[in-house]
Design a protein around this ligand. Sequence first.
Ligand SMILES: Cc1cc2nc3c(=O)[nH]c(=O)nc-3n(C[C@H](O)[C@H](O)[C@H](O)COP(=O)(O)OP(=O)(O)OC[C@H]3O[C@@H](n4cnc5c(N)ncnc54)[C@H](O)[C@@H]3O)c2cc1C
Length: 408
Amino acid sequence: MEHYDAIVVGTGHGGAQAALALRQNGFTGSIAMVGRDKEPPYERPPLSKEYLAREKEFERILIRPAKFWEDKQIDLLLESEVVVIDAQAKIISLHDGRMLEYSELIWAAGGSPRKLTCSGAELAGVHAVRDKSDVDAIICQLDNGARRAVVIGGGYIGLEAAAVLRKLGCDVVLLEALDRVLARVAGEELSRFFENEHRRQGVDLRLGALVDCIEGDGSRVTGVKLADGEVIACDIVIVGIGIVPAVGVLVDAGANAPNGVAVDEFCRSSLPHVHAIGDLALHANSFAEGAMIRLESVQNANDMANTAARDICGNPVPYEATPWFWSNQYDLKLQTVGLSVGHDQTVLRGDPATRSFSVIYLKAGKVVALDCVNAMKDYVQGRKLVEARAEVAPELLRNADHQLKHCV
Ligand SMILES: Cc1cc2nc3c(=O)[nH]c(=O)nc-3n(C[C@H](O)[C@H](O)[C@H](O)COP(=O)(O)OP(=O)(O)OC[C@H]3O[C@@H](n4cnc5c(N)ncnc54)[C@H](O)[C@@H]3O)c2cc1C
C-alpha cells in the first residue's frame, strides 16, 4: 500500500492552498492531493461569473498551472473519491478499491449542492452550480438554444447566475422562498438594492415563491410549478439553495460532526491526525463572538489551510482571520468584511441610487461588518473598523464626506 506523509482530500480552494502551505512551511515529506474532480485545482467563484459568461477560459481559472504541482512534488490523484477513513490505522480507501496510508490527513472536501426534494428535481435541464462540469452543462444547453431560465434561490450564486443569464439574453425568473434575497447573509438595505437592480435589468424576481415541483416531458424540464399552482414554462433551471457539507466519510469514521466537522483553533478534528478546513469546518469564530459557525468563502478556505499546514509543520498559530467575501453582479462589485449576523443597527453610507454605497452593521455600538457596493475605499478603510470592533457614532459613519479611516 502506498504511504504519504500528508494526504489532502479535496482539490478545491482549501485543498490546493493546504498542499501549497505545507511546502511553504518547510514540509519535505511526500504529499498527495486526492480529489473527485477531473481537473487540477481551479477557482470556484468564476463559475457563476466570468466562466459562465464565457469571459474567462478554463485555463485562466486554474489555481496554479498543472505543472506547478509536479514541480512542488505534490502528487495529484484526480477522479478519486475517498469513501472510507480508518482513523486508527490511518488509511483511506478510494471508490475504486485503492487504499492509501497517511501520517497526516487534511479533509478539505467542501460540500455538495443542496438538492430540491420535490418531484422532477432530477430531470435533464435542472442544474447546480458547484463544479466545472455543472457549468459546462449549462453552457452546452445555452448553446443549444435554451433561452427561458428559472433560477431557484436568491443567494449569491443564484443572483450571480441570474445576472449572467440576463447578459446572455435569456428570460430569467428568479424564485426566492423568503421575503427578501440574501436574507441569510445581509441586511435588508442590501437585499432591497439587489432586488431592485435585478428587476431593473429585466429579471422577473419573485419573493415568497415556493416551488411545488419541476415539470417535464418525461425526460427534460418544461416548467416549474409553484405552490399557488402557477407553472412557469422554461428550458433550464438553475438551483442555488446552499450546500450540504461533505462530512459523511468523517462521520462514519467517528468524527464529531454536528453540522460540518467540529474543529479547534488549529483546525484539528476530533480524529487523531485529521485536520478539517474550508466550507465544512465548524469552528468558533471570534467575529461571531465565539459562536460555532461554518464560513463558505475563499478567504476562510485559504486561511484555514494555512492554519492546518502550520500546525502539521510544528508551528501552530490559532485561526484568527477577518472574514471577507465578494460578489459580482452586472457592473456591481460587492465586497463584504466582517459578519453581519446578529447586528442590532445598520447605517447607510452613501446613496444606493448612485450605485455606490455601503451598509455598515453595528452590534452594541461596535462596527461588526460592512457591505460595500462599488465602494472600494469604504471596504479597505472599514476593514480596520471591523478588526478594531470600533465604537463610532452612527452620524460619523453615515457622513460619506468623512473618511472611515478617520473613525478608527
Ligand atoms: C459558483 C460559486 C461561486 C462562488 N463565489 C464566491 C465568491 O465570489 N467569493 C467567495 O469568497 N467565495 C465564493 N464561493 C465559495 C468558495 O468557492 C468556497 O467557499 C470554497 O471553494 C471552499 O473551498 P473548500 O476547499 O472548502 O471546498 P471546494 O473548493 O468546494 O473543494 C472541495 C473539493 O473536494 C472534492 N471532494 C468532495 N468530496 C470528496 C471525496 N469524498 N473525495 C475526494 N474529493 C472530494 C470536491 O470535488 C472539490 O473539488 C463560490 C462558490 C461557488 C460554487
